[in-house]
Design a protein around this ligand. Sequence first.
Ligand code: ZN
Length: 138
Amino acid sequence: MKHYRKELWFSTSSRRKLINITADINNCLKESLIKEGLLLCNAMHITSSVFINDDESGLHQDFEIWLEKLAPEKPYSRYHHNSFEDNADAHLKRTIMGREVVVAITEGRLDFGPWEQIFYGEFDGKRKKRVLVKITGT
Ligand code: ZN
């Protein structure tokens, strides 16, 4: 059994951003030399997400509108958490978009359905944040 671990760093110029990290994850998989197994990818922060969905710009706008409806960023005063921070909305958005994904590795490839792509979802950016990639297998 082989084990691989890597941290990927992201720093967005805006507070919220969705980044397709599938190519980065593929590079990790190549580096790991693992052909059969499981890949875990998780955000290491409680105000960002890793999730799988379609790389389609209309859908990404829909996510932004939907998340802002569920947990609007402003007014900051609407949240109890914001008595000492201003990122309550980011905690809530992260929770609904998820912490991690697990992908099967088959014949050295991410064993995806036709439109699946891996995204980093930033909800409280403008600083350096990490994603963990862990791969185990043979
Ligand atoms: Zn907070």
